[in-house]
Ligand binder design. Structure first.
Ligand code: NIG
Ligand code: FE
Length: 405
């Protein structure tokens, strides 16, 4: 006996190689104990639906997709950067603001000043906005504390959000995000403190599921990041990288060399970088919100990713500086319009490939028997509508671990 069965629905399973969207036109999906027990054509159901499940839901042809996964956010942070937004509109660049001690460091000041409950309250508001559009799994980075105590404060808030809300939270330790002022220009000494002090404490407390870093002229060099990645590897933690966002420092190649789960941003990634990522199975996470807010004009090399077979994920990059975005659906639209992703690629970017970018592909990201029963019921008839519409939230409701949220 199944716990519940959904009928009269078009199911975008997002299973790779199963045709566009892995679509099942007259679909049926059954759950048991929080997992998908059966999914397929309704006509192939093994018996009378009403006798097979405790509850039967008929959806009138509405679409089901996997629960959406936002695989790159900086949701937990203090303050905002609305004033910097104004300054950028008056002509200052993101890099100039950063070099003048603004940018990431202004959020570091606000995050250090804020206590846990204050950080929690701000992040909870943003998290609810993501959940309202069908997000069932979200990654949250640290990176605005930049010392042991404050990085751990951020990560604890992220873990608490995952415990309190009906959403799965994965965390990434991003100590190598910017150089904090107390290390006055001695980046190598700061890297020492990451590998000797911050990372061991974070790992010991079980606060990080992955380790991330920012490879850029305004952040850290590939050599400095290698030290962080080696330390992560020694602790058995997978790595990710903010790579090639403003210039090509070989970030994609660096991420690939360390078997990174994902390399993110990638506007300036070269063909060789794309090839290296393909070989390593590193996912390309595209962040159209940051592209848009920074008025970037160079698009990530989507054609090269396709040719080499690099899986592409999409995320909000929700952060107070480069991407104050809390709409995952808007990212689908932007990815199609700015980067020329197909609506199917865009949806794969927030489901199947986002799961891969978090190392969760065995458990989530597609609708297949055995995977977690996280899915969305949409008030739409065709999955392309998720990318096509702008500013309309067509979510009907969301099922997480088999239960309506
Ligand atoms: O993903 N690129 C670096 N880090 C963030 C921006 C952080 C910030 O500006 O506060 C990003 O865009
Ligand atoms: Fe980011």
């Amino acid at each position: 006996m199944w716990d519940a069965l959904w009928l009269d629905t078009r199911i975008a399973t997002m299973v790779e190689g199963a045709g566009p969207y892995g679509l099942i036109e007259q679909g049926a999906l059954a759950t048991r104990e929080g997992r998908i027990a059966w999914v397929g054509e309704a006509k192939d159901l093994p018996g009378n639906p009403e006798r097979q499940a405790r509850e039967v839901h008929r959806l009138n042809g509405r679409c089901i997709t996997p629960g959406l996964i936002d695989c790159h956010t900086h949701l937990v942070h203090g303050g905002d950067r609305a004033r910097e937004f104004e300054m950028r509109l008056e002509g200052a660049s993101y890099e100039e603001l950063s070099r003048a001690g603004g940018g990431i460091l202004s959020t570091v000041r606000a995050t250090r000043e804020a206590d846990g409950p204050t950080l929690y309250a701000g992040a909870a508001t943003r998290l609810k906005a993501l959940m309202a559009e069908g997000v069932t799994t979200v990654e949250i980075k640290s990176g605005y504390g930049l010392d042991r105590e404050n990085e751990m404060k951020q990560l604890r808030v992220a873990r608490k959000l995952g415990a309190d809300f009906r959403v799965s939270v994965t965390t990434s330790f991003l100590g190598a995000h910017a150089l904090p002022p107390e290390f006055s220009d001695d980046a190598d000494r700061y890297i020492d403190s990451i590998v000797r002090v911050q990372l061991p404490a974070v790992a010991e407390a079980g606060l990080a599921d992955a380790v991330d870093a920012f490879c850029e002229t305004i952040a850290f060099t590939p050599a400095q990041i290698e030290r962080v990645f080696k330390a992560a590897r020694a602790l058995g933690l997978p790595v990710k990288l903010h790579a090639d966002q403003l210039s090509d420092l070989g970030g994609a190649e660096l991420a690939a060399r360390y078997g990174a789960l994902s390399a993110d941003h990638l506007e300036y990634t070269s063909e060789a970088g794309a090839a290296a990522m393909a070989k390593a199975g590193t996912v390309a996470t595209l962040l159209p919100g940051a592209f848009y807010c920074l008025r970037e004009t160079k698009s990530p090399p989507v054609d090269a990713f396709r040719r080499h077979g690099v899986a592409m994920a999409l995320a909000t990059d929700c952060n107070p500086g480069s991407s104050p975005v809390t709409s995952i659906l808007l990212m689908l639209s932007m990815a199609c319009t700015f980067f020329r992703l197909t609506p199917e690629e865009a949806l794969a970017g927030v489901t199947r490939n986002a799961a891969r970018a978090l190392g969760l592909a065995d458990d989530r990201g597609t609708l297949e028997a055995g995977k977690r029963a996280d899915f969305c019921v949409w008030n739409i008839e065709a999955p392309a509508e998720l990318s096509y519409r702008i500013g309309s939230n067509t979510l009907g409701h969301c099922i997480r671990k088999g239960r309506r949220r």
